[in-house]
Ligand binder design. Structure first.
Ligand code: NOJ
Length: 564
């Protein structure tokens, strides 16, 4: 396996709107990020991924772009952006920009032109169809609810939008459109960025004819993924992008790819032939949702740790064997806070956040940290729907309460568990009003726990989650085994413990994670011989005399040992 800087990196994701407001308008901005570069350097991360900062009417917080080459005025100017890039590079931190090219905003000049007349040369940059029997061209549901088609009065045709109606899908069949996208990517690379995170990139190729989706759930609109996830021309488009743009730079590329399989992932990330470096897969963050036909992300069920092992092990082994590369995340701007979801955000918040951090950093693949994760920020439970801002959450609330007639309190409980706004409450810097995020009213309320959970408090406590992250990041830099060691699951059936080894040249690490709030007993399998051990890191004080042949692990205890 070849060494590469993007394998050795730790990525920190910034959601700019919620990071730090420097000008008192309640919205995070680029100068705010610039003020925290020393913070990121102290933490030790080597790459920053910025969620979109381009011009946007903010129907989906910047994932609806109206100008790919301009900065959203709320976030600052291009000069502020240049300054930010310079500041990152001075500190040896690289920058990934978010590339959102499955769709644009409906306010993008291309779409404005496309909409102006069916003969406009930009018309074919988007996907237009006539209606069928007085209805939409097919039965696809949008990810944000309702039909994936919007009627255009002027032309009497519909346009496709897999996300909101203000996010029309681009038509990747059109070579002129693709050339424009590649030119735009090249423009950013020329400005000196270090790579891209590619939004829902495995949805850009649609099956010709856009056939109806099979009916699997209630209602008129159905999930059409079979016609656009990993579509027929996806690899061809990505290879073209690689050939025309990506291969000309030494960059980092990660594709966001819902519902991707390991087989697809190998084809896309294969070290020599694949177009991208790595992907975000979603299987592990789907394990706590009901997967019966017709169930949605709002239908929950408890996480089964043995399923987690199976899924993770399949991803680890299949990509290792196929010559691909994994990425690994437990939280991002679309997911609930990981400590509330997979750990325990009450009594064991600190221990379980550290356990999850150990899991994140000890897997084979590039780890991603989402802002606030390093201080163990938790989900929020706003009392009123008026406190929520996320389009997906608001659409769901109205559909569940007004159309399905569900009890609003019950719907709020689902939102507390799953809403994307859990991740989007402002970063908690200190215990001053608004947590030091802004001097005025924040665009979304803070999590009221900020007086206790904040960066100042975490950095003052040597035993904090923050310092634990700092140590894990340093260990990755010091020990190639953490980056390159091959992964093997042990104790596959243990009901509480997730344990595995990493092996590299003559070294071996043993990672033992008690995923439960009860004590658990660990005994290594006979096939794992060792005569001596040395502790690398743990989230509780550990006696050096402990015998690893029989350990009693405390709630959410995590230990990593060298084996000899
Ligand atoms: C995935 C992004 O992460 C999410 O925030 C966004 O809503 C959709 N793609 C649409 O761009």
């Amino acid at each position: 396996m070849k060494r590469a800087w993007w394998k050795e990196s730790v990525v920190y994701q910034i959601y700019p709107r919620s990071f730090l407001d420097s000008n008192g308008d309640g919205i995070g901005d680029l100068r705010g990020i610039k003020q925290k570069l020393d913070y990121l350097q102290d933490l030790g991360v080597s790459v920053v991924w910025l969620s979109p900062v381009y011009s946007s009417p903010n129907d989906d917080n910047g994932y609806d772009i109206s100008d790919y080459r301009a900065i959203m005025p709320e976030f600052g100017s291009m000069a502020d952006w240049d300054d930010l890039l310079a500041g990152l590079h001075q500190r040896g931190i690289r920058l990934l920009m978010d590339l959102v090219v499955n769709h644009t905003s409906d306010e993008h000049p291309w779409f404005q032109a496309a909409r102006s007349s069916p003969d406009n040369p930009y018309r074919d940059f988007y996907i237009w169809r006539p209606g069928r029997d007085g209805h939409e061209p097919n039965n696809w549901v949008s990810f944000f609810g309702g039909s994936a088609w919007q009627y255009d009065q002027a032309s009497g045709e519909y346009y496709l939008h897999l996300f909101s109606k203000k996010q029309p899908d681009l038509n990747w069949e059109n070579p002129r459109m693709r050339a424009e996208i590649y030119a735009m990517m090249d423009w950013w690379l020329q400005k000196g960025i270090d790579g891209f995170r590619m939004d829902v990139i495995n949805m850009i190729s649609k099956v010709p004819g856009l056939p109806d989706a099979p009916v699997t759930g209630p209602g008129r609109y159905q999930f059409g993924g079979a016609s656009f996830i990993q579509g027929p021309r996806l690899l061809e488009f990505l290879q073209e992008m690689k050939q025309q743009v990506l291969s000309r730079y030494d960059i980092f590329t990660v594709g966001e790819t819902p519902l991707v399989t390991t087989e697809h992932a190998v084809a896309i990330t294969q070290e020599d032939s694949g177009p991208l470096n790595m992907l975000f897969q979603f299987e592990h963050v789907d394990l706590d949702r009901d997967r019966r036909e017709g169930a949605t992300k709002w239908d929950l069920r408890p996480l089964d740790i043995n399923e987690l092992k199976q899924v993770m092990t399949r991803w680890q082994k299949d990509l290792e064997q196929g010559g691909g590369w994994n990425s690994f995340y437990l939280s991002n701007h679309d997911q609930p806070r990981m400590v509330s979801r997979f750990g325990n955000d009450g009594h064991y918040r600190v221990q379980s956040a550290k356990l999850l951090a150990t899991f994140l950093h000890m897997m084979h693949g590039t780890p991603y940290i989402y802002q606030g994760e390093e201080i163990g920020m938790t989900n929020v439970a706003f009392e009123s729907i008026t406190q929520y801002r996320d389009i997906e959450t608001l659409n769901m609330y109205h559909a569940f309460v007004e159309e399905r007639g569900l009890d609003p309190h019950q719907v709020l409980r689902l939102i507390h568990a799953r809403s994307r706004d859990n991740a989007r409450t402002p970063m908690q810097w200190d215990d001053s009003p608004h947590a030091g995020f802004t001097s005025s009213t924040p665009w979304i309320d803070l999590n009221p726990n900020y007086p206790a959970i904040n960066v100042v408090a975490a950095r003052a406590d040597p035993d904090s989650i923050w310092h634990y992250y700092q140590t894990l990041i340093r260990l990755r830099r010091e020990h190639p085994i953490i980056v390159y060691g091959s992964y093997d699951l042990i104790c596959a059936e243990h009901p509480q413990i997730y344990a595995f080894t990493r092996t590299y040249e003559h070294e071996r690490l043993l990672i033992i994670l008690n995923f439960t709030a009860e004590t658990a007993t660990f005994t290594p399998p006979d096939q794992l011989p060792f005569s001596d051990t040395r502790l690398l890191i743990s989230n509780y004080p550990v006696r050096p005399t402990d015998d690893v042949h029989r350990l009693s692990l405390r709630p959410f205890e995590a230990r990593v040992y060298w084996l000899y």
